[in-house]
Design a protein around this ligand. Sequence first.
Ligand code: TA6
Length: 305
Amino acid sequence: MPESSKPPLSLSPGQWSFIRWNTIGQLEALEIHHPLFEATLFLQGAHLTRFIPKSDENWLWMSPTARFEPGRAIRGGIPICWPWFGDPARNAPEVRKRIKTQGPHGLGRTAVWKLEDVCESAHEVEISLSLDANQDFDNVWHGHALALLTFNFSVRGCQLALTTTNLGSEPLAFSQALHTYLPTSDIKGTRILGLGFAHYIDTLKNWEYCTQDGPVYFDGETDRIYENGDPLTVVTPATSRKLTAIGSDSTVVWNPGPKKALKLSDFPDTAWQTMLCVETANAASDYRVLNSGQSHTLGVLIGRG
Ligand code: TA6
């Protein structure tokens, strides 16, 4: 194989100590078996579905009926909603004008990302993937942007950093979210601390503005976009997780409740009782605009509370 076409040493599986390729369903995934943690990361969607510190359980919620098929969003883990979040019609006009589909949550969630780099040590594993959103996606989105997503796994927790660079000649307006699904033994005994006085959009009350009063509790369907960039703590009956964001001034909090659960794909009817989403975002008025050549990083560290 000519030198130029050889993959960098870091991408040669033979050089990997803790990582193996695996096929799950119809999708390719990296399985990380490190002495301190395990993780599973799909190339489709750069989708993390498992992060399991040693002697612990999966910090991420996965639907028991999730399907692993080309082009189908995986239910659970951390879907990457990029370069738009949510319903295109609910985005700012300068974001919306680039979107040519009614599908929610962007093209990155189901596109196949490229493995860029792997770095392993006795303490951590770092994996980077990229997605070049160019004219190949012109049927759903108009623009040219590069997404580089770096995962860092360690005993501290699981960190994601999603850097978007505008490769086009015009300013790029986009929205995004790291759509983190978290498990709980009981949604009724779960609360979110750190949003005490934040304003939020309640998408279930015709997108009206409200103000949070104290911890966020769950009593049925909940779907809110908080104006928040501060660290949050998610407390369940058995766990406490701290979510520390960078490059974000909006947090989406979602639980489908019993009625919407019946309409969701790959989602058991009663699963709403054992999951919630706390999504580190640039959503609603927190969308971002990049001039040509500019970059923005959205990140989250999911650690012990
Ligand atoms: O992040 C909250 C949300 O936008 C909800 O409104 C709900 O649609 C959820 O995402 C799941 O969306 P999905 O397309 O993955 O079923």
